[in-house]
Design a protein around this ligand. Structure first.
Ligand code: NAP
Length: 248
């Protein structure tokens, strides 16, 4: 699964799953462009330097994934800096959890914009490049919650379910041009996003996972490497759960 000479753009790769994907794909020889928003310059330089040590081209771009014009600018900058765009990974995501009764309109709008509209933004801004080169792999990071739903996460689950419908639709639209689109649906993965949950809740999740452990960002990164590479060249429109069997 060699990514030598390929340019990969990952949204939100300063931490967690996005960062693990950046490392894994750089180890496979890919050139890495990534976006960030809240991370500070020191954190970004640390990520860039770690990746540069692997011998590939790397650049972090400050950009709000939910903003269309900022995303369009980033895609143009990536193509100018790296000369191509081969793999697009929509990873940026947030939660604003609450029961629907208490959920504010802004909690709904913010989560839908960052988690779902962001995928529209990147795909829309890069589609002409993919069409011209007649190749491309789009990987959207959804969640098992987008398949099953989750009490207290109506906004998040809706955004992640929307991502699945979006991905399947573009897989149908773009397949004839050799552009693939797939979803990774992680289960419970140990990152900042899950770190704030109470220990009791984390233990409850862990007990229900058939493989008997929480997932690591690297588990998701391994799947992303497969979908980014030519090893998955006959796979499109699919949802791959990386959840230790949680939804089985
Ligand atoms: P995380 O540790 O909280 O990291 C989130 C990343 O998204 C950060 O790099 C953050 O960058 C970036 N981000 C957030 N809002 C952004 C915006 N508006 N524009 C650009 N970047 C933005 O979360 P994670 O656990 O790694 O999650 C990564 C993805 O996996 C998310 O889509 C999440 O929904 C999904 N997922 C996670 C789990 C899990 O259990 N952890 C399970 C299923 C799915 P800054 O810090 O620079 O803002």
């Amino acid at each position: 699964m060699n990514l030598q000479g390929k340019t990969i753009l990952i949204t939100g790769a300063s931490r967690g799953i996005g960062r693990a994907i950046a490392l894994k794909l750089a180890q496979a020889g890919g050139n890495i462009a990534f976006t960030y928003l809240g991370s500070n310059q020191v954190e970004i330089e640390e990520t860039e330097n770690t990746l540069l040590k692997l011998g590939t081209k790397v650049k972090g771009f400050y950009s709000d994934a939910s903003d269309f014009s900022s995303t369009e600018q980033v895609i143009n900058d990536v193509i100018q800096t790296f000369g191509s765009l081969d793999v697009l990974i929509n990873n940026a995501g947030i939660t604003r959890d609450n029961l629907l009764l208490r959920m504010r309109e802004t909690d709904w709008d913010t989560v839908l914009n960052v988690n779902l509209k962001s995928a529209f933004n990147t795909v829309k801004a890069s589609i002409k490049t993919f069409l011209k080169q007649r190749s491309g792999s789009i990987i959207n990071i959804s969640s098992v919650v987008g398949i099953r739903g989750n009490a207290g996460q109506a906004n998040y689950a809706a955004s992640k379910a929307g991502m699945i419908g979006f991905t399947k639709s573009i897989a149908l639209e773009l397949g004839s041009r050799n552009i693939r689109a797939n979803v990774i649906a992680p289960g419970f993965i140990a990152t900042d996003m899950t770190d704030h949950l109470t220990e009791a809740l984390q233990e409850t999740w862990e007990k229900t996972i058939p493989l008997n452990r929480v997932g690591l960002p690297e588990d998701v990164a391994n799947c992303a490497l497969f979908l980014a590479s030519d090893a998955s060249s006959y796979i499109t429109g699919q949802v791959i759960q990386v959840d230790g069997g949680l939804l089985t």
